[in-house]
Ligand binder design. Structure first.
Ligand code: NAD
Length: 357
């Protein structure tokens, strides 16, 4: 029996999450697992219902679950509220913090069937399949921030802080994941200029002694940004600090075509959080146009990283490949000759593949 907290959230979140739940139920049925799903409120939906974006009941639900499946939160209705009440600052960041999620994993996998959906040349992106591991709770985003008045205006100061412990735990995850893949780890920093990057590099080099089977390659972040579009196939696992990872993962997402295809996992604590990389897409919400595959693939990551159910995760991923190869397309990935499906129909096609119709 595995307990899964289900937080659909706002906008397309309420359309895509039920599709992922449907797929998880199909996998559970096929492999004989009992998944128990309990829904909770988060984001704008929680604000409207109980006046706060991350109610205690939702936090308790997450603490009492084995994993959390999230849709997306936010929307224009709540954009003008004070920052602490806005869905992202008031719910998503505190939830990640409360669950101790210090690592964000984003795979960049290009499905052959979607090769024409990317803006890059086919020969550059064909076959890419790498993982970016971003540190999620340290660095510039969490360091001290302040403003000071000067004679002519103001000075704004952000602080980039990393401790040896924070670097070791994320780098270790990088080595462990690299070990299960092609045994090549790119550690991305800016050690030629930034002190926290120098500590990062020294620490990663020391840790590498424990992983002699993994080839460690250091790369400056500016070079990495360039290499990602020049020759992305050189990468298998990238590990980097918070802000560099934020920027590089968005860049990597475009290699694979649509943001509607990109899953993510935030791990590090006892309970992992799985969500698509995109937001609540208010422009298409309620129209059954949303692509549920990023959320369905996030559910596959949930099975792999929280429950260690690797065959079951692969069953979902293979089903997605089959559905794409069969030509089914939501509007965001539509191409000439594609078979149009709505959100629910795309979920149905994946379920059919899993149960083996
Ligand atoms: P977005 O990711 O919601 O949408 C960007 C574009 O991608 C839109 O054109 C949208 O239609 C499209 N898109 C996104 N997901 C799609 C899918 N599954 N299928 C098809 N098309 C899809 O980003 P945004 O417009 O900048 O933000 C909208 C709202 O989402 C904002 O309130 C923002 O704060 C919030 N947001 C939430 C999260 C989160 O919950 N983790 C992340 C990012 C943005």
């Amino acid at each position: 029996m595995y307990k899964i907290a289900v937080l659909p959230g706002d906008g397309i979140g309420v359309e895509i999450v039920p599709e992922a739940v449907k797929v998880l139920k199909a996998v559970g049925g096929k492999y004989g697992h009992d998944f128990e799903f309990t829904e909770g409120l988060i984001g704008g939906a929680a604000l409207d219902a109980v006046g706060e974006p991350l109610p205690k009941a939702t936090l308790d639900l997450c603490y009492n679950s084995d994993a959390v499946l999230l849709g997306a939160i936010g929307g224009p209705k709540w954009d003008t509220l004070p920052v602490h009440l806005r869905p992202e600052a008031g719910a998503l960041l505190p939830l990640r913090k409360a669950l101790g999620l210090y690592a964000n994993l984003r795979p960049a996998t290009l499905y052959d069937a979607l090769i024409d959906a990317s803006t890059l040349k086919k020969e550059v992106i064909e076959g890419i399949d790498f993982m970016v591991i971003r540190e999620l709770t340290g660095g510039l985003y969490f360091g001290e921030k302040k403003r000071e008045k000067t004679a002519t205006g103001q000075v704004a100061i952000d602080t980039m802080v990393y401790s040896t412990e924070e670097i070791i735990r994320i780098a270790r995850l990088g080595f462990e994941i690299a070990r299960k893949r092609k045994k090549v780890l790119h550690s991305v920093d800016k050690a030629n200029v930034i002190e926290s990057s120098r500590l990062w590099r020294e620490t990663v080099i020391e840790l590498a002694a424990e992983y002699p089977d993994v080839e460690l390659i250091h790369m400056y972040v500016d070079n990495c940004a360039m290499q990602l579009v020049r020759w992305p196939k050189q990468f298998d696992v990238i590990v980097t600090e918070n802000m560099f990872g934020d920027i590089l993962t968005d860049q990597a997402s475009m290699l694979t075509g649509s943001i509607g295809m990109l899953p993510s996992a935030s791990i590090g604590g006892k309970i992992g959080l799985y969500e698509p990389s995109h937001g609540s897409a208010p422009d298409i919400a309620g129209q059954k146009k949303a692509n549920p595959l990023a959320t369905i693939l996030s559910a596959a990551m949930l099975l792999r990283y929280s429950f260690n159910l690797n065959d079951e995760a692969a069953a979902i991923e293979n089903a997605v490949v089959q559905v794409l190869n069969s030509g089914y397309r939501t509007p965001d990935i539509m191409e000439s000759g594609g078979k149009p499906v709505n959100t629910e129909e795309m979920g149905d096609r994946v379920v059919e593949q899993i149960v083996g119709y």
